[in-house]
Write a protein that binds this ligand. Structure first.
Ligand code: FMN
Length: 235
């Protein structure tokens, strides 16, 4: 029920945004449908930081971290046409701060429009169809990692559908997963909960939600949020 209400709020927000046409850059973002989710963590994360978890259970595999993300360039909400995606900006900061490897999920056939309104239409149709858009190439060998940061823009109150393709094709059992989003008001939008549903055998740690506008226009603020969050997680 709560999810339905949140989705309706997200739909209302997007519809409002799209209706703004070329003046969207001046529009005031709607209140975040899921503000509380930016502060929440999925239960296992409160019990052990990645470092603590690693100490408790001998690593069955690698001990490195990976930052896996999806992001779009082109026209994005309130930031105009961008050359580096909002989520990519945050992903790079996380990788730099932690020494993690970085991997960008790219569509196999890049059918995503570079204009905002058209992109929202395509993404909504994918969500309605419960689509699994293919990603390009092979993902990295996950045996090398014990911690995977996973980030994406919030699309219609959820992960972009291409991320569900990744989740379903990528076994990650036993690893610590750490979600992050960029958004225009919806916060983490339940990324942590859906990740925990996808990966019941993983620890899902506290996520981070960053406003897309800050990723483009306020890097110092984002850097400080990333550093504080990583500190809480034990990095
Ligand atoms: C298809 C689409 C759907 C979106 N849906 C939402 C949403 O439901 N809630 C929200 O806060 N922002 C939404 N946004 C805004 C993006 O989450 C935000 O601009 C994000 O920072 C874009 O990141 P990127 O440049 O890494 O792709 C949406 C944007 C697009 C393109």
């Amino acid at each position: 029920m709560k999810k339905a209400v949140l989705l309706l709020l997200a739909l209302a927000m997007i519809t409002g945004l799209c209706g703004c046409g070329s003046t969207a850059a001046q529009a005031t973002p709607a209140p975040a449908p899921t503000p509380e989710s930016t502060q929440e963590s999925v239960s296992p994360a409160e019990e052990a930081s990645p470092a603590e978890a690693a100490a408790q259970e001998p690593a069955e595999s690698g001990t490195k971290a990976l930052v896996l993300f999806f992001s779009r360039t082109g026209e994005q909400y309130q930031v105009g046409v961008i050359e580096k995606g909002n989520t990519a900006v945050v992903a790079e900061m996380i990788a730099e701060a932690t020494g993690a490897d970085l991997y960008e999920v790219l569509p196999a056939d890049d059918h995503y429009p570079m204009t905002y309104k058209e992109l929202t239409d395509v993404a909504l149709q994918e969500q309605r169809d419960d689509a699994r858009p293919a990603h390009a190439g092979e993902l990295p060998d996950m045996n090398a990692y014990d911690t995977v940061f996973i980030g994406a823009p919030v699309w219609w109150g959820d992960w972009p559908m291409i991320m569900y393709t990744v989740f379903e094709n990528t076994p990650l059992a036993g690893k610590t997963l750490i979600p992050f989003s960029t958004h225009a008001g919806s916060g983490l939008s339940g990324f942590d909960r859906s990740l925990a549903n996808q990966y019941p055998d993983c620890t899902v740690a506290k996520g981070l939600a960053i406003a897309g506008t800050d990723a483009q226009n306020n890097p110092d603020k984002v850097q400080s949020s990333v550093a504080g969050w990583l500190g809480e997680l034990g990095f």
